[in-house]
Design a protein around this ligand. Structure first.
Ligand code: ADP
Length: 483
């Protein structure tokens, strides 16, 4: 089976969040299951630098203001179609915005172009390549499904995965004329969205199946609280909605072989984590003592509950916990955390920035990781935490609720506890959970049991990939029943 994945990010080539990890891991996990996945990605500078251009497999003399070529490339075990369109993608900064974080003004054009090419490839535009299924990720790839639906690939099964419903790609009506879609697409059941154009909305309408990245989030997005204005539409499509939790790359995230660690370890050699903890103390200028170090590795945003965290730093320190925080995001939150670090020298350390290597060291050396998200489609850092014996302390929402088993008495005696959950998502509940962590940490046999149980949890892609394969097969066989 041939699956065309259309994605704005793919690890290890370009990453801003969990979507990249999924897009990069899935092709590899599927390869052993009879599915060949090719990924269509924008040719950002970081991607273009990694391969030698040959003859393009698809050419556009004019695509939203310039020439575009599509190249087939194989980079680091990934089969790619790369969109070489300098006027759209050859820019410094991030994939969606400039170095200051401001969105590019023409993002609609950049990702309409990606969708247009996805739709053309689905319709057989690349000689010798016909995908059996097209799988699009998030709003940036969602227009692929609209171009398929209103173009020549309406009969090709399609699927959209929502990694975060908060990002919807909403634009003014003025852009519609330039999208090259027929007038009939500008309707309520097409791309029209609250008086403008909605890219994600268009994809949710057009997709044969909709998936999101955990079973709980799939239910949550049917409610006004989590539906972000799309709950009505999602409910209408409930029969085609699935939740499949993400896995992680257990080779990249393996404490026994991880080169970012000072000391490698396994379930039976947890004591070796000490050396990593010492390295974390040094990197974050923390006092050296026997208290637990709890970490945060996150985008610093409201969604991630970082404002709640900032509000309880003093309480966390008073509870006898040291904090190591790595992240970047809202300037206000960065400032609040840096101020907390200045208030609590030696107890709170903050590194503002994005540092993949340091994030590994933190999972390998810290005692616990806090994830206080207001909503969390799946979340990956709690899975890394499980794998590394860095006990997750999570808000009870979305994928966090699905993947962490709270260390209550029943779970402890049944031998299944892997972390701590708190609810409701507020300051008191978070502080209460911190105190539970401190208590458990004080009893080394309970603590190492929780660590070991987490490390034994199956967080690999294998199980999730098998669920995607089932869904792909179901869609392919549904083809016969569609008009
Ligand atoms: P989201 O995609 O919503 O940001 P996830 O938990 O799904 O959240 O994925 C976040 C990914 O980004 C994880 O791989 C995490 O380790 C990584 N990450 C987030 N912030 C940083 C940072 N400042 N430095 C290094 N890695 C980070």
């Amino acid at each position: 089976m041939q699956v065309l994945s259309v994605t704005p990010e793919i690890f290890p080539l370009i990453k801003t969040g969990g979507l990249a990890d999924v897009a990069g891991a899935l092709p590899i996990a599927l390869a052993g299951k009879g599915v060949t996945m090719r990924s269509l990605v924008p040719g950002y500078p970081a991607v273009m630098a990694l391969f030698k251009k040959g003859k393009p497999v698809l050419q556009y003399a004019e695509l939203h203001g310039g020439k575009a070529n599509v190249h087939a490339a194989r980079i680091g075990g990934l089969d790619l179609f790369v969109v070489d369109a300098p006027h759209l993608f050859d820019r410094p900064g991030g994939p969606y915005g400039d170095a200051t974080g401001a969105d590019w003004h023409d993002n609609w054009r950049r990702f309409a172009a990606l969708g247009r090419i996805g739709g053309d490839i689905a319709a057989g535009a690349v000689r010798g390549y016909q995908p059996d299924i097209v799988h699009a990720h998030d709003w940036q790839a969602a227009m692929t499904l609209a171009y398929m639906r209103y173009g020549k690939a309406a009969g090709v099964p399609s699927m959209i995965t929502v990694h975060n419903l908060a990002f919807q790609g909403r634009f003014g009506t003025g852009i519609f004329g330039e999208l090259g879609l027929p007038a009939e697409a500008m309707t309520l059941d097409g791309v029209e969205y609250y008086g403008g154009v909605g890219f994600l909305k268009a994809g949710l309408q057009a997709a044969w199946a909709i998936t999101t990245v955990s079973p709980t989030y799939a239910q949550e997005i049917r409610t006004p609280e989590f539906g972000m204005g799309l709950d009505g539409l999602i409910n209408m499509r409930a029969a085609d909605l699935y939740g499949i939790a993400n896995g992680i790359d257990v080779d990249i995230w393996n404490p026994a072989t991880d080169r970012e660690l000072v000391a490698a370890y396994a379930t039976k050699t947890l004591k070796a984590r000490k050396a990593n903890k010492a390295a974390v103390e040094e990197r974050f200028s923390l006092d050296s003592d026997t208290s637990p170090i709890v970490c945060v590795v996150s985008r610093l945003t409201w969604q991630k509950g970082i404002d709640t965290l900032a509000a309880v730093v003093d309480g966390i320190v008073a509870a006898g916990v040291r904090l190591a925080i790595l992240g970047s995001g809202d300037a206000g939150l960065e400032g609040a955390l840096l101020a907390a670090a200045a208030r609590h020298r030696g107890r709170v350390g903050v590194v503002v920035g994005y540092d993949e290597g340091l994030s590994h060291l933190m999972q390998g050396g810290c005692d616990a990781i806090i994830i206080p998200s207001r909503f969390e489609p799946c979340g990956l850092t709690q899975l890394y935490g499980l794998r590394y014996g860095c006990v997750p302390l999570v808000a009870r929402t979305g994928g966090l609720a699905d993947t962490i088993i709270d260390a209550n008495d029943a779970a402890l005696s049944a031998g299944v506890a892997t972390g701590f959950q708190f609810a409701p998502n507020d300051v008191e509940a978070l502080l209460h959970a911190i105190r539970r962590v401190v208590d458990a940490y004080g009893n080394s046999s309970i603590w190492t049991t929780i660590q070991r149980q987490g490390m034994k949890a199956d967080v690999s892609w294998d199980r999730s990939a098998a669920k995607y394969v089932d869904l792909y097969r179901m869609l392919v066989s549904a083809k016969a029943d569609r008009p």
